[in-house]
Design a protein around this ligand. Structure first.
Ligand code: PAF
Length: 284
């Protein structure tokens, strides 16, 4: 069932809650692919009812980012959700979420601001304010849907760590379920932004997973020094690549790792031509 209004969703949720049914939420920005589908499947398996939100959240895009050209494929998304057994597809407009005139600056809107220690690094460094927008909208979705479980992909691992922290710090009664990255056979992690890649870019995008898998293999052979491990990156890069970051960070609090261990996540952001892609791997 496709719903656009908060009151309609609330009505349905209240009905389910009265019946004692558990609710799973899969927050998305649409352009659904098999990565999303893996989260949806988990929710459908685990919960009595599943809600998928499809909302391109304007307040998590920075000036100059791809808000206008972000792929919008609601009809296809709806079909995929229906086939997967989703009970509600919630696709609100920005006005529905943020009100008349939707004035989006934090002078006019109550924001949820995650701690600076978690946001001043990795993607947060170049995408200033991005995680404020993510935490604010996810909080709103939690309040609207009141899920027992919420499903997030490990592909956006900094986001996942920040959202777990938000839920803990604000005592939000939801359990976050992390879901593993889904990759093409080539190793490329699925992402809605892969749609921007030309066929040449697609080849070059394989560098992300190759770099991460190579670092993990070196770690498994006993190399523990992040600086030395990071140097292996250069043999995978060409003139179409621009490396934004390659960092070794703690899987719980994103602290920098001086020595790699099993709780280390290696994070990478790489621009291929104009397209910025991210990926990560756990060294465990
Ligand atoms: O990961 C995403 O697609 C978005 O950041 C999310 C969690 C749906 C919030 O807009």
């Amino acid at each position: 069932m496709l719903l656009h209004k908060i009151v309609e969703v609330r009505e349905k949720i209240n009905e389910w809650k009265k019946q004692g049914l558990t609710v799973g939420l899969v927050p998305t920005m649409g352009a659904l692919h098999n990565g999303h589908l893996s989260l949806i499947k988990k929710s459908v398996e685990k919960c009595d009812r599943t809600v998928v939100s499809v909302f391109i959240n304007p307040i998590q895009f920075c000036p100059g980012e791809d808000l206008d050209k972000y792929p919008r494929t609601l009809d296809a998304d709806e079909k995929l959700c229906n086939d997967a057994g989703v009970d509600i597809i919630f696709a609100p407009s920005p006005k529905e979420m943020y009100g008349e005139g939707h004035i989006l600056s934090n002078d006019f809107l109550t924001y949820v601001i995650p701690p600076f220690f978690y946001t001043n690094k990795l993607c947060g460094k170049s995408r200033v304010g991005h995680f404020d927008g993510v935490c604010t909208v996810v909080n709103k979705l939690f309040n609207i849907v009141q899920p027992d479980f919420a499903f997030f992909g490990e592909k956006d691992r900094q986001q996942l760590i920040i959202l777990k922290k938000m839920v803990k710090d604000l005592n939000i009664p939801v359990e976050i379920i992390p879901c593993p990255i889904v990759r093409e056979e080539s190793g490329l992690a699925l992402s809605s932004r892969n749609k921007y890649l030309s066929s040449k870019d697609r080849e070059d995008a394989l560098a992300l997973s190759k770099i991460l898998f190579n670092i993990k293999a070196c770690y498994k052979k006993g190399m523990k020094d992040p600086q030395i491990l990071a140097e292996t990156v250069y043999s995978f890069l060409n003139e179409n690549h621009s490396l934004e970051y390659l960092e070794f960070r703690d899987g719980d609090d994103l602290e920098e790792k001086k020595v790699a261990d099993d709780n280390t996540i290696v994070f990478i952001a790489l621009k291929i031509g104009d397209v910025r892609l991210i990926d990560n791997v756990s060294l465990k």
